[in-house]
Design a protein around this ligand. Structure first.
Ligand SMILES: O=P(O)(O)OC[C@H]1O[C@H](O)[C@H](O)[C@@H](O)[C@@H]1O
Length: 288
């Protein structure tokens, strides 16, 4: 028997400007590179054998976010980010699409906390917009049961930055937020800058722009179907505790997440389909 751990097989797609890499494990997009510049970030220490969630990329969180409404559920971020999704037929500009049903995860740890039966379809598309190649992520959730229920969901986007201590997140000015580090409710004063562990749930969905210290816009995110934006970076002390994150890697990313949690969780009506999406628009020119 081989002693080598099984390694997930990546899907790779290259267009004129973009390179995308994804796995069926979690329907997890792990790389988006535009003109050779990394936009979606993944850890060098990410576990890629299917035994754990992948640190980086765009984890799909459902049907709960983090530890759920009462912060008492495991695994963190629900049951679908470690499930093996089924590739399915693509439509239009979609590069990949996957499906997952609640029956696929019924044996998974945490399945006893599913609020109801569901069918999920997730697609990664490269769509042209005003001559720019944009990345669009669409998560469609169908309540396949007879009763309405509520569920949390997120597209947990890890964005590559040169140095998280230098970046600004614009578009959340004046938004109320829960600071999960202090437990306090605050109102955002000016652009978001980070000087320590940051874990905030903003009651605004965007659009938001990621900019560098000089105010140069790097990327715009346009979320859809979810009311909140989470901004997260573990910073140095917490990073040391994450086995799948190199000790210095925390400086290289910021998570700006499209989220529906707590009182803003999704309401999935019996038989209906709800969509959570995020469009990412690169704003740096190739020569910048
Ligand atoms: O370590 P994970 O389960 O991937 O979670 C990573 C992070 O996800 C979100 O940003 C949450 O707001 C954080 O509280 C959590 O620490």
């Amino acid at each position: 028997m081989s002693e080598t751990a099984p390694t997930l097989v990546p899907h790779v797609h290259e267009s004129d400007r973009s390179r995308l890499v994804a796995y069926d494990h979690g329907a997890h997009l792990v790389e988006w590179t535009v003109d050779g510049r990394r936009v979606v970030w993944v850890s060098d220490e990410a576990v890629l054998d299917g035994s754990a969630p992948i640190r980086g990329g765009v984890p799909i969180c459902f049907p709960w976010f983090a530890g759920g409404p009462q912060d008492d559920l495991t695994p963190s971020h629900g049951v679908v980010r470690t499930a093996t999704w089924r590739p399915t037929e693509t439509d239009g500009a979609e590069v990949w699409a996957w499906e997952l049903d609640s029956s696929d995860v019924i044996e998974a740890p945490g399945a006893e906390h599913l609020p109801g039966p569901f069918r999920a379809r997730y697609a990664v598309a490269l769509e042209q917009e005003d001559g720019t190649e944009t990345l669009v992520l669409r998560l469609r959730l169908t309540n396949t049961g007879p009763d309405d229920y509520r569920a949390e969901a997120a597209l947990h986007t890890y964005l590559a930055v040169d140095d998280v201590r230098q970046v600004r997140v614009l578009g959340l000015e004046g938004a109320g937020y829960l600071d999960k580090v202090t437990g306090e409710h605050e109102v955002q004063d000016g652009p978001v800058t980070m000087e320590g562990e940051t874990d905030r749930v903003y009651e605004r969905s965007g659009p938001v722009t990621l900019a560098d210290a000089d105010g140069r816009a790097l990327l715009e995110l346009r979320p859809g179907g979810a009311a909140q934006t989470v901004v997260w970076n573990p910073w140095a002390d917490q990073a040391v505790r994450l086995a799948d994150l190199g000790d210095e890697e925390w400086t290289r990313f910021v998570c700006v997440e499209t989220v529906a949690r707590g009182e803003r969780a999704l309401t999935l009506r019996a038989g209906d389909t709800t969509e959570v999406s995020c469009r990412m628009v690169p704003l740096l020119s190739p020569t910048a």
